[in-house]
Ligand binder design. Structure first.
Ligand code: ZN
Length: 91
C-alpha cells in the first residue's frame, strides 16, 4: 500500500479530510435544528448528501465516500434533493 503524503491542511480525522470536516461543520451551523449536549444537530440525510457532493467537487478519492457512508448510516437526502438553508438542492 502506498501512502501519499498529505499537505498540512489535509490532516484527517477518521480518514475524513479536514476540508470536508470544515464543510460539515459549516453546514451544521447554518442548518442547525437544535443544540444537544454542545453538539449542533441538523438533518443527517441532508448533511450526508451535502458532504458526498463536496467529495465530488473536491475530487477526493472514493475511499472518502465509503467512510462518509459508514459514518452517516442513513439515506442520502430526500428523493434526490437536500435542503441547505432555504434552498432545495438537487443531489
Ligand atoms: Zn434532510
Amino acid at each position: 500500500m502506498v501512502l501519499k503524503k498529505l499537505p498540512a491542511n489535509e490532516t484527517k480525522s477518521l480518514g475524513i479530510p479536514r476540508r470536508i470536516l470544515l464543510e460539515i461543520n459549516k453546514f451544521k451551523q447554518r442548518n442547525l435544528i437544535i443544540k444537544y449536549r454542545e453538539k449542533n444537530i441538523c438533518c443527517e440525510r441532508c448533511l450526508k448528501a451535502y458532504a458526498l457532493k463536496k467529495v465530488g467537487e473536491f475530487g477526493l478519492e472514493d475511499k472518502v465516500r465509503g467512510i462518509l457512508n459508514w459514518k452517516f448510516r442513513c439515506h442520502i437526502g430526500h428523493g434526490g434533493y437536500y435542503l441547505d438553508e432555504e434552498r432545495l438542492v438537487k443531489i
